[in-house]
Design a protein around this ligand. Structure first.
Ligand SMILES: [Zn+2]
Length: 423
């Protein structure tokens, strides 16, 4: 298959008249600026000769108008939270009152209703340019806490939903054992708990699907002594964990352990380039140094963090210390990675009274290549030879994008998920 892209976001910026040769879902060669490079290093100025194969006509190369970029990676999703959109915005409250409403949805889900909800949520992601999702999954068991006949039924339900929606998924099977420091699971949380990290690890080991990764719900939900068990089980795979979304979590952790949540994770050996800490909102300077030095990923979810009144995390300082930014839509109050990119910069402006903390290309890297890598998809997120051909095209002639130009700034500061061209 051959594609002629009117404009394309490559590693070094936007190019015009880019030709792609795609084979078995991967990019075989990329040509730009009127020249075409093949895997063998062949160069030609004549686009009529290459990448056309002998006997083919030029019309077999399909042209895509607009600006094409690598598919976006949504690194933090709880698919079932989508059911809350439009229903939890009617009252006052905090993260904790919102959580009660979220728990009410969790209590009623069956494999069938979970499948439908997740399928529709993933379909919305696909429609807005997201081609890969990290699903942070902890709704494992029946309402009374009894495992289903297949203890991984709910996880398999999510994989099936992703297949039907046509989205690449990393199922982050989440260990969730406690209601808080020293507190047993309460209410609907019995659906989340495997009782002990060893039991969680046994269940996940039986899953036997290469798309499964691991997660620690948070330092409040996995006892300190059991965190290393999860870390051990996740060796070589992506490990995700909620971190310091709430001041109350920090205070409870300090009270119970004398450490910040980041320090506790560092003690357990949980930080590193395969680890993604989600939110990272309320951090000390020492926490920022620990995350940076260990090259941990930090997944910001700005539209959720503002919906839940969480606060504004230190994204730029984390990046400057060595951490890598990724993005997620988390509770799905909004599903639009373009808005998540934009919000990182805009929130920093509001917090600092200064503009220009992040370049558009840095934010695009977070939403594409860095996001994919944090999910364990090292071969996606770039338009480059050998990469998966997960492509998304933004229409440059919509009411929002007209006149803005084919540039990274258009993608981050003008476009929305509604401007993605539908196949
Ligand atoms: Zn979350």
């Amino acid at each position: 298959m051959r594609l002629h892209l009117e404009h394309a976001l490559l590693d070094d910026g936007v190019h015009s008249d880019v030709l792609l040769e795609i084979e078995h879902g991967r990019i075989k060669s990329v040509g730009a600026g009127g020249q075409f490079w093949s895997r063998e290093g062949e160069v030609s100025d004549d686009r009529r000769q290459f990448p056309r194969a002998p006997g083919e006509t030029a019309t077999e190369t399909e042209t895509l108008p607009g600006l094409t970029l690598p598919g976006l990676a949504n690194c933090h999703s709880h698919a079932f939270h989508r059911a809350l959109r439009g229903h939890t915005q009617t009252e006052r409250g905090s993260f904790w009152t919102w959580r009660e409403q979220m728990y009410a949805v969790a209590a009623g889900l069956t494999p069938d209703s979970y499948f439908e909800l997740a399928r529709d949520t993933y379909a919305e992601m696909r429609a807005t340019g997201i081609t890969a999702v990290g699903e942070f999954h902890y709704l494992h068991h029946q309402p009374d806490g009894t495992p289903y006949d297949d203890p991984n039924e709910m996880g398999k339900t999510l994989l099936a939903a992703a297949d039907e929606a046509g989205i690449r998924i990393r199922l982050l099977d989440t260990c969730y054992l406690a209601s808080g420091f020293g507190r047993a699971p309460e209410g609907v949380q019995v659906r989340y708990s495997d009782g002990h990290a060893e039991k969680w690890a046994e269940r996940v080991a039986a899953f036997d699907d290469p798309r499964v990764g691991m997660a620690i719900h948070s330092v409040r939900a996995v006892p300190r002594a059991q965190i290393p068990i999860v870390v051990e089980a996740a060796q070589g795979k992506p490990l995700h964990v909620h971190l310091s979304e709430q001041v109350a979590e920090n205070e409870a952790c300090q009270y119970a352990t004398g450490m910040t949540p980041t320090e506790l994770l560092a003690e357990a050996g949980a930080l590193g380039p395969l680890t993604t800490t989600v939110h990272a909102t309320h951090l000390t300077e020492g926490d920022i140094r620990l995350l940076g030095r260990s090259r941990t990923n930090v997944c910001f979810c700005p539209t959720t963090e503002r919906d839940l009144a969480d606060g504004i995390g230190p994204a730029r300082r984390l990046r400057n210390s060595g951490a890598t930014l990724t993005l997620g839509s988390d509770s799905h109050a909004v599903i639009d990675l373009f808005e998540e990119m934009r919000a990182v910069e805009m929130h920093e402006r509001l917090a600092t009274h200064k503009r220009g903390h992040w370049s558009a290309r840095e934010l695009l890297a977070a939403a594409t290549y860095d996001g994919h890598r944090s999910l364990g998809f090292d071969d996606a997120g770039r338009i480059a030879e050998g990469q998966r051909a997960d492509l998304v095209t933004v229409d440059l002639d919509t009411v929002r994008t007209r006149g803005t130009g084919a540039s990274p700034e258009t993608l981050v500061f003008a476009a929305t998920g509604a401007d993605v061209v539908q196949p």
